[in-house]
Write a protein that binds this ligand. Structure first.
Ligand SMILES: *Cc1c(COP(=O)(O)O)cnc(C)c1O
Length: 394
């Protein structure tokens, strides 16, 4: 974890707003995932934060990737390109799943050459895949309970369990290969029952497909949703992993390959944003700070991810409830109406938000003429002798 002193130094060196990525923390998160879910290969969901430096760090650590568009595919493929030809050919499934159930025809056509692994959840998609990417392997995305997740996904994607086997058999009948099933329990799932129920549902569908003559499924993708430890209410990952392992071992023989698509879990705790106070006003008796980053930028997760980020002050003092607003002229640009902060902070002082790595900078815009925060990578591993900071700016 970067200290307040290190953070301040980086803000001083690079200016604000900045988005600081701690690659040691990414490696720690990946290692923790593997340690507690040894049977599961982690396919990092690139959409959580697609910076190529992050993809490279995870690739080097041994991760695979979940992509949902050609640009995301290309970011990952850059790393695969470095592998010897033979392995590159054989390894695409080991390294990439194209996990967007709805794919444009042009994308399927482009993907086909790679013999990709793709998800689907409806009959129209089978016809598209058959026509434009007949060499793809398929995973049927099924709908599972998303109860209590911070971001619900089951209303957009997933075949109902009643139609699942029909969709498997239909794809097979058209000459495609269905490798297995996938699901997503909803992002930031703190209700661990969701995983238990989803794995059980998947096992039922495996069984029914077998009963109806299709026994070739050998892959289960348990999706994303692994919660980041934003606060103490999130139970330890280890507890969730124990439940998942128990269900997997009980219901799926060793030959079935288990994949997961963690996004938030890998990256949420690995980035910190630092903002500067540009203005200050007292409105209805409340101190309001106007800072140089907001909901159209690094704090976009407030809108898109339903996530709340806390702001902290480097200078400590008696705290009061303050408002914190972003730099644009839009009234939506509110970071917090009630944040505990010292009320005597001056213009030019800095605030920071830890644990802001997921779905934040990734959905930043340049609205109102304010560019996204500058990205600073802290990656000590690249030079073990000399502590080195890599900087990439926009
Ligand atoms: C967004 C997404 C993920 C990542 O979800 P997290 O909750 O961040 O782990 C994984 N798989 C799919 C298909 C997704 O759309």
């Amino acid at each position: 974890m970067l200290s307040e002193k290190q953070l301040q130094k980086l803000a001083f060196q690079h200016g604000t707003p900045i988005f600081i990525v701690d690659h040691d923390e990414i490696r720690r998160n990946y290692a923790e995932f593997k340690k507690h879910l040894p049977r599961v290969q982690a396919y990092y969901a690139v959409k959580a934060e697609p910076l190529p430096e992050i993809v490279k760090t995870l690739f080097d650590a041994g991760a695979s990737f979940d992509v949902a568009s050609m640009p995301e595919f290309d970011i990952v493929y850059e790393n695969i390109k470095g592998m010897p030809d033979k392995r590159r050919q054989d390894w695409i499934w080991d390294k990439i799943i194209y996990a967007n159930p709805i794919k444009p025809n042009e994308t399927l056509r482009e993907l086909d050459a790679y013999k990709p692994l793709v998800t689907y959840d409806n009959a129209e998609e089978i016809r598209k895949i058959k026509k434009y990417a007949p060499n793809a392997g398929l995973a049927l995305r099924i709908r599972v309970p998303n109860t209590g997740a911070m971001v619900e996904l089951s209303s957009k994607f997933g075949a109902a369990s009643g139609e699942a086997v029909d969709l498997i058999l239909e794809a097979v009948k058209s000459g495609l290969v269905v490798e297995g099933l996938s699901f997503h329990v909803g992002s930031q799932t703190t209700n661990f029952e969701n995983f238990v129920q989803a794995i059980n549902l998947a096992a039922d569908i495996f069984r029914e497909a077998g009963d109806r003559g299709y026994k070739k499924m050998n892959l289960l993708d348990i999706g994303g949703g692994f919660p980041a430890p934003y606060d103490e209410s999130v139970k330890p990952f280890k507890i969730l992993a124990q439940r998942i392992n128990a269900e997997l071992d009980r219901l799926f023989p060793k030959e079935v390959e288990i994949l997961a698509e963690p996004g938030r879990f890998m990256i949420a705790t690995a980035a910190t944003s630092i903002v500067k106070i540009n203005g200050k006003a007292v409105r209805d008796g409340k101190v309001c700070y106007y800072v140089n980053d907001g909901v159209y930028h690094t704090y976009s997760g407030i809108i898109f991810d339903h996530c709340h980020y806390h702001l902290k002050s480097f200078r400590k003092g008696p705290e009061r409830i303050c408002g914190v607003f972003g730099p644009t002229c839009d009234a939506l640009d509110v970071i917090s109406m009630s944040e505990n902060l010292p009320s005597d902070l001056d213009l030019g002082e800095l605030l920071y938000s830890p644990n802001i790595g997921a779905y934040s900078h990734a959905s930043s815009t340049s609205f109102n003429g304010f560019p996204p925060a500058k990205v600073v990578h802290v990656n000590y591993k690249t030079s073990p002798t000399k502590k080195e900071t890599l900087v990439r700016s926009y």
